[in-house]
Write a protein that binds this ligand. Structure first.
Ligand code: ATP
Length: 234
């Protein structure tokens, strides 16, 4: 279980997160809902060790993460798929995937995991030999998720996986997240596509101006008047 307690994060004098607490139980999909600038990416970047909190604690299976560097956090299995899809553009799809499985816990399984990623995203298998720079936006997102999976995550954190994609591709991405959930993967999902993300989530937190203002089971959030008004358009 991933547990965030009383997390406060500043950029200089600007407080981006204040006293945020949440849990991501094993095997569940937990969504963070919030407008642009609410602090969602800041939260994920702090969990993955890219940002340091000024207060609060983040623990995974009882291990405190806030003092660890990002690569140690990833090795423990807390793996972020960043917004913006950082890929190695001049490497092939296959090599992008294989080099995401270099740490000792992932490396022995890398060929098997590669086949699992290809089964989840068959288009990546078709394009295995192509340079990443030749992929479409949706394929890039699939490759970014695939890279996350190659690292043998215990918790996969997805930052806006459907951002900027056409509706059909958005559906494919959500379908892949649902398949990962069905396999028992624990997922922390940040999405502006609120209806779809709540539909596949177990639990959700609403983040507004750096604070958790609402939380509850995802199916209840879909009916919540504030969520409907602010994030679902009615
Ligand atoms: P988006 O979906 O637009 O990325 P978000 O909910 O992920 O939104 P964050 O990116 O976490 O929001 O940003 C939270 C707040 O912190 C915003 O007001 C943003 O302007 C500010 N912020 C983000 N990164 C920095 C930075 N490097 N320096 C200063 N302020 C920052």
């Amino acid at each position: 279980m991933l547990r965030v307690e009383n997390l406060t994060v500043y950029y200089g004098a600007f407080r981006a997160l204040e006293d945020v607490s949440l849990v991501v139980p094993e095997g569940q999909v937990v969504s963070i809902v919030g407008a642009n600038g609410a602090g969602k990416s800041t939260l994920l970047n702090t969990v993955s060790g890219l940002l340091r909190p000024s207060r609060g604690s983040i623990s995974f299976d009882g291990v405190e993460l806030t003092a660890l560097p990002p690569h140690r956090i990833a090795r423990l299995g807390v793996v972020q798929v960043p917004e913006g899809r950082s890929l190695f553009d001049d490497m092939s799809v296959r090599d992008n995937l294989l080099c995401a499985a270099m740490h000792p816990r992932a490396r022995p399984y890398r060929l098997r995991t590669l086949e699992e990623v290809f089964a989840l995203f068959p288009v990546l298998k078709e394009r295995a030999g192509q340079l990443a720079r030749t992929l479409s936006g949706g394929e890039r997102q699939m490759l970014a998720i695939g890279r996350g999976l190659m690292a043998q995550p215990k918790v996969l954190m997805l930052d806006e996986p459907s951002l900027g994609l056409a509706p059909l591709v958005v559906r494919q991405i959500f379908e892949s997240v649902r398949q990962l959930k069905d396999r028992g993967l624990t997922i922390l999902l940040v999405e502006q596509n609120v209806r779809q993300s709540l539909t596949i989530s177990d639990y959700a937190y609403v983040l507004e101006v750096g604070r958790v203002v609402l939380e509850g089971p995802a199916h209840e959030m879909l009916r919540n008047p504030h969520v409907r008004e602010a994030y679902l358009g009615h």
